[in-house]
Design a protein around this ligand. Structure first.
Ligand SMILES: Nc1ncnc2c1ncn2[C@@H]1O[C@H](COP(=O)(O)OP(=O)(O)OP(=O)(O)O)[C@@H](O)[C@H]1O
Ligand SMILES: [Mg+2]
Length: 233
């Protein structure tokens, strides 16, 4: 029996208005992701990848269609409810790390746990565990700007997983890293995801990512192309 559907995207559409002009950026997007799957999302610059990810994360709202995560229909939630849902159930890795510069590495990991009401001792243990799994156990007291790009992205990956989210979203997680550092970060990311059976949707231009993905989706001008079962380069 296959794993249950964790993410369901139904006839999703997003239109942007600039002045007098409206432009459809996503058209009728529909797909499902099963629990434990790792799905890569490819597409040219401007094809709508980040827009789609932001709709799934509930950061942005669609003009049409629905996003359902673990049986919760995001489009039915208020903005406040969506924020709470995202905090609890979604982990997000950005291209540019997005760590909070005024907090130490450990505090960056503790923040989402505090916001979710974790007991301090349990939160500290979880943060320490994740930091050691990304190979940064000794850097908890450092501030993000003291870390290399690859190290900062490993902290960001730890932060995206520490609250045990159901769904992990990543928008070009190796986009700013050199090839070797990128490979190293991906290796850590993949290992953590697989060990926890996490579900990932990752926007990427990297062949390394599509190699470890179970499935690849491709966006072209806001349309989802027919899904390919296997990646062929
Ligand atoms: N807030 C906005 N207002 C108007 N247009 C927008 C807005 N955000 C995105 N767009 C437009 O929507 C289209 C898709 O943008 P999006 O950022 O989703 O592309 P992308 O596939 O992530 O590209 P990249 O690979 O460069 O990150 C682009 O044409 C972009 O200009
Ligand atoms: Mg983008």
């Amino acid at each position: 029996m296959s794993a249950p559907v964790l993410l369901q995207v139904v006839r999703l559409g997003r239109t942007y208005t600039e002045g007098e002009r409206t432009r459809a950026v996503l058209h009728d997007i529909a797909f499902e992701v099963h629990a434990g799957e790792c799905v890569a999302l490819l597409g040219r610059s401007g094809s709508g990848k980040s827009t789609l990810l932001n709709l799934i994360a509930g950061i942005d709202r669609p003009d049409a269609g629905d996003v359902t995560i673990a049986q919760t229909r995001l489009t039915r939630l208020s903005e406040r409810e969506r924020t709470l849902f995202r905090r609890r159930h979604i982990g997000f890795v950005y291209q540019s790390y997005n760590l909070i510069p005024t907090l130490s590495v450990e505090e960056n990991l503790l923040l989402p746990l505090e916001l979710n009401g974790w007991e301090p001792e349990k939160a500290r243990a979880a943060a320490q565990q994740l930091l050691s799994e990304v190979g940064l156990a000794e850097r908890g007291a450092s501030f993000p700007d003291r870390l290399s790009g690859g190290e900062q992205q490993r902290v960001a990956i730890a932060r995206a997983l520490v609250h045990e989210p159901a769904l992990v979203l990543a928008d070009e997680p190796t986009g700013t890293l050199d090839a070797e550092t990128g490979r190293n970060v991906l290796e850590v990311f993949n290992r953590l995801l697989r060990a926890r059976g996490k579900t990932l949707l990752v926007v990427t231009h990297s062949k390394e990512v599509t190699r470890f993905a179970d499935r690849v989706l491709t966006l072209e001008d806001g349309h989802l192309l027919a899904q390919t079962a296997e990646v062929v380069w």
